[in-house]
Design a protein around this ligand. Sequence first.
Ligand SMILES: C[S@@+](CC[C@H](N)C(=O)[O-])C[C@H]1O[C@@H](n2cnc3c(N)ncnc32)[C@H](O)[C@@H]1O
Length: 357
Amino acid sequence: MSQSKLEILLKRKKEISFSDYMEFVLFDKEYGLYENHEILGEKGHFITSPLVSKHFSHCIAKHYIKESTFDTIVELGGGDASLACDLLFYLKDKKELPNKYIFFEKSDYLIKKQKSIISEKSISKLVDISWVSDLKDLPNEAFIISNELFDCIPTDIIMHVPGGYQKAYINDDYKLDWKKLNFKYDPAFKDLGLPKNLPNNYIFEYSYAQRDIINEISGVLHRACFLIFDYGYTSSELYLKDRSLGTITCIKNHVTDFNPLSDVGTKDVSAFVNFTYLKNIFSKNNWEIVAFMNQANYLINFNILNDINVNDIDELNAVKKLIMPNHMGELFKVLIIKKNINETDKNYFMKNDIIKL
Ligand SMILES: C[S@@+](CC[C@H](N)C(=O)[O-])C[C@H]1O[C@@H](n2cnc3c(N)ncnc32)[C@H](O)[C@@H]1O
């Protein structure tokens, strides 16, 4: 998408907030990156954990077996269906298949891809596979998985200024304009967990859309276990002085940059996930927090190290990438929450691995 394509958005809307912009460049049916380009894998822009190694999905499968009370798995934002395929083949071998696997996916391009891979691998012979386009159509009991969904959900950019806050809008010179925002009075303001002494001109993100998705899921799911994998921090780790320009991150052909207004529509745009914010919204919706930990500790708790074929150097290097602190082991986290589940043992994670939210 060229810069001039952005004029289409400027014509559609008088004011473009950053969340409007993100929605357009990522998900617009005609121009959005997720609708027109290979996003994931070597040929795409970036690689996610399920694509790094099948052992990531096998650990989730072990978690599903441990929970053992759900006959439906729901995946939100299933990408190229790698996670679904590896997880279901593992569960087949263990004779623990669910009855149903449901994808909730926004991108038509990826739905097509998921359908083609599911058919190629004959996964529908194992379980009933379906796609829903409205969260209201999900069942009210399920084991839910999302990997790197929340970081790409559109977010607004907000700046703390003397005496208040300002919100970013994109002007027709493709620059940011800042406009006054009565943010302190937003009912969800407290949920972010901003520090009291936030310096002036400090920039941070705030996603109304994340809140809406959580509220919507909570309205439908009555009994569930939900695993949210993503990169990010608790609020006390997120709002450090050295992140005073915010956390919007772009990636194009595996190269990272921090200017979402350059190369418009040809690169991925995402933001660090504030897990304190997610936790607070889930808690308001009567979910119980089971655990929050970094990806390495989660995978090690599910014995990823015992599963590796140590003679296979590629497999060894892939698992290293998932768990090493300088790769995906520490920045990536998992938030595990439950609703209306009393019967299973919650204490299967090592106490020292749990991060306080
Ligand atoms: C960064 S990709 C991760 C894909 C996959 N989970 C993985 O780890 O490889 C984000 C995924 O979430 C989907 N997605 C983004 N926003 C969504 C939304 N609001 N509802 C459903 N799916 C969404 C994208 O189309 C894509 O499949």
